[in-house]
Design a protein around this ligand. Structure first.
Ligand code: 5RP
Length: 218
C-alpha cells in the first residue's frame, strides 16, 4: 500500500543530494510534489530547475523556483523523480502521471538520477503496474495491435492528452523478464514516442520511504 508519509520521507532525503547554486532536473508526480515543496521551503537555494512537465513547472513557478530550458543548460548534475515501480536493479516503470517522454529526456541528460518513492513501489519483477506508452494519436490502434502481439493487454487512457499533444496506452499483462530488450522492442514500433520502461537509463539511487524512515539502494 502506498503511503504519503513514505513519499514525504523519501522526498526529504533527496534534498541532501541538492547542491547550493546548482541546476536541478525535476520530475513529476505526488512524491515529486513533496520534494518541490520542501525544496522551496527548506532546501538549499538553487539556480533553477529543468522541469519534466507543465504541472511541475506551474508548481515550481508558484513557489519562486526559476524554470530553465534544457537547450540552454547543457547536461544536468542531478535529476530527482518518482516511479510507479522499481526492481532491485533500479530499472523503473514510469508514466503513471503521463509525463514519461520529458522525464526520459531529462533523466537521459542528467549525470545522476535519484528516484524517490514510497516503499510499496519496490517489486521483484516489473510489470504488475500497467506499462505506459506515449503514442502519436494516428498510430494508436496500430501500436495497440503490436503491443497485443507482444502478449500485453493494451488500454487507451481515454481523455488524456500529454504535454506533447500525444496519447497514452497502458499495457497490462506483460511479463517483463528482460526490461532492456522490451524497452528497445516497444520503442522500435512506428508511432511510439516513448515507452515508460526506464531500463537502459534507470535510476542511480533509489530512496524508498516508509513510516519509519528511508531505505537507500544504489
Ligand atoms: C509521472 C511519473 C511519476 O513519477 C510516477 O507516476 C510516480 O508518481 P507518484 O509519485 O505520484 O506515485 O512517472 O509520469
Amino acid at each position: 500500500m502506498s503511503s504519503d508519509t513514505g513519499k514525504r520521507n523519501a522526498a526529504r532525503e533527496a534534498l541532501k543530494f541538492v547542491e547550493e547554486g546548482s541546476i536541478l532536473g525535476v520530475g513529476t508526480g505526488s512524491t515529486v510534489n513533496h520534494f518541490i515543496d520542501m525544496l522551496a521551503s527548506e532546501g538549499p537555494s538553487i539556480r533553477g530547475a529543468v522541469s519534466s512537465s507543465d504541472a511541475s513547472t506551474d508548481r515550481m513557478r508558484k513557489l519562486g523556483i526559476e524554470i530553465l530550458d534544457l537547450n540552454s543548460t547543457g547536461d544536468l548534475d542531478l535529476y530527482v523523480d518518482g516511479a510507479d515501480e522499481s526492481n532491485r536493479l533500479l530499472q523503473l516503470i514510469k508514466g503513471g502521471g503521463g509525463a514519461l517522454t520529458r522525464e526520459k529526456i531529462v533523466a537521459g541528460a542528467s549525470k545522476r538520477f535519484i528516484c524517490i518513492a514510497d516503499h510499496s513501489k519496490l517489486v521483484r519483477a516489473l510489470g504488475e503496474f500497467p506499462l505506459p506508452v506515449e503514442v502519436i494519436p494516428m498510430a494508436r490502434s496500430f501500436v495497440a495491435r503490436q503491443l497485443k502481439g507482444l502478449g500485453g493487454v493494451p488500454h487507451w487512457r481515454e481523455g488524456v492528452t500529454t504535454d506533447n499533444g500525444n496519447q497514452i496506452i497502458d499495457v497490462a499483462g506483460l511479463t517483463i523478464s528482460e526490461p532492456i530488450k522490451l524497452e528497445d522492442r516497444i520503442n522500435a514500433i512506428p508511432g511510439v514516442v516513448t515507452v515508460g520502461l526506464f531500463a537502459r537509463r534507470g535510476a542511480d539511487v533509489l530512496l524508498l520511504g516508509d513510516e519509519n524512515g528511508v531505505e537507500r539502494l544504489d
